[in-house]
Design a protein around this ligand. Structure first.
Ligand SMILES: NC(=O)c1ccc[n+]([C@@H]2O[C@H](COP(=O)([O-])OP(=O)(O)OC[C@H]3O[C@@H](n4cnc5c(N)ncnc54)[C@H](OP(=O)(O)O)[C@@H]3O)[C@@H](O)[C@H]2O)c1
Length: 314
């Protein structure tokens, strides 16, 4: 099948293209950076140099590719995350998600595509405080403290636009916290660097529950979503885990010293009130719907083996 990937050079896109090609699909993929053209070609895609904010050019590129399915893997997030400047960084991300997805939907529709698969977030559910994992029907945290709240509302709008388009089958893959090559948690990534310096502490009681996802499994879910049911799916691994459990194991996999602990009230002035409140409220997500109806299951069922495998592969 012909597949058009918007964001082919990102952390997920780079794992997705080879999986699509291996499954026999004919892939065109975008980058805005001509330097990444060669990378896309080596991965097996026909490169398309295009800024998704340039709607006419994007429409033309999608029309030429004539895909059956368009896959949106667009983000604009920095490789180094710091509390200060986060609002500005999120604003850029929100813009590419909102405007970029709108332009992509219009282009997909005009080109006669059947389906649009888009990246969502399984780590933005409104906290409930009852210890249960979140299912897809739970509300997102639209009034989360800033700058998270604006990010969540933007994502809600993106999801609505994808799922309610009358001309396209819409699929939203709500990814967990991505780890693996090219991410913050990769052994050469920003979180790993901070953990090695003991600057990435267990926050508060350490009870906040994180749902991780390896980039290979994020890509595999996008391949699985080319067919089958439309709708929203949590795409997370099988072992949501409290920070007090995963962070020491992550540090051990990196052969880094054990993390320190830091009360939330002390972390907020440094890392920002909104982001820290959000991290302290994480509750984890349930992947049952994706497993049962998408025919997807994580190859890295747990971050435990995933973190170790990544550390050994570098
Ligand atoms: N759920 C999660 O935990 C999650 C989700 C997403 C990202 N992240 C993290 O964010 C960090 C950065 O992610 P990333 O490496 O995927 O890179 P990124 O810089 O966020 O870019 C992702 C993709 O979007 C494309 N893109 C962005 N703006 C565009 C525009 N205006 N027009 C066309 N394409 C555009 C990029 O293309 P170009 O080649 O033009 O740059 C790239 O292919 C990583 O650490 C990743 O783990 C986490």
């Amino acid at each position: 099948m012909k597949v058009f990937v918007a964001g082919g050079s990102g952390a997920v896109g780079r794992r997705l293209i080879p999986q699509l090609v291996a499954a026999g699909h004919d892939v065109a993929a975008t980058t805005q950076n001509p330097v990444s053209e060669r990378l896309l070609r080596e991965l097996g895609a026909a490169p398309v140099v295009c800024d998704v904010f340039d709607a006419p050019r994007l429409a033309k590129a999608v029309a030429v590719a004539a895909p059956e399915v368009v896959v949106q893997q667009l983000t604009r997030l920095p490789h180094r995350l710091r509390g200060r400047g986060l609002a500005r960084q999120y604003a850029a991300n929100n813009r590419v998600r909102a405007q970029g997805t709108r332009n992509l939907i219009a282009a997909a529709r005009a080109a006669g595509a059947r389906r649009l698969v888009a990246q969502g977030m399984a780590i933005w559910y409104a906290p409930r405080g009852d210890g249960r994992l979140h299912g897809e029907d739970d509300p997102l945290w639209s009034n989360a403290p800033e700058p998270i709240g604006t990010g969540v509302r933007t994502m809600q709008d993106v999801e609505d636009a994808v799922l309610r388009d009358p001309a396209l089958e819409g699929v939203v893959l709500r990814y967990g916290l991505l780890y693996g090559p090219g991410t913050w948690y990769a052994p050469d990534g920003d979180v790993a660097e901070q953990v090695r310096r003991r600057r990435y502490p267990v926050l508060g009681s350490g009870e906040a529950v994180y749902s991780f996802l390896h980039v290979d499994d994020a890509a595999a879910a996008a391949v699985a979503a080319l067919d089958g049911p439309a709708g929203v799916f949590n795409v997370v691994d099988d072992e949501p885990a409290p920070m007090s459990t995963w962070l020491p194991e992550y540090a051990a996999a990196l052969e880094a010293p054990p993390p320190r602990r830091l009360p939330g009230w002390l972390a907020k002035p440094v890392a920002g009130r909104g982001p820290v409140s959000w991290l302290l409220s994480l509750e984890g997500a349930d992947n049952r719907r994706a497993r049962e109806t998408l025919g997807w299951q994580p190859r890295h069922a747990s971050w435990r083996s995933g973190f170790r495998a990544d550390a050994q592969n570098t």
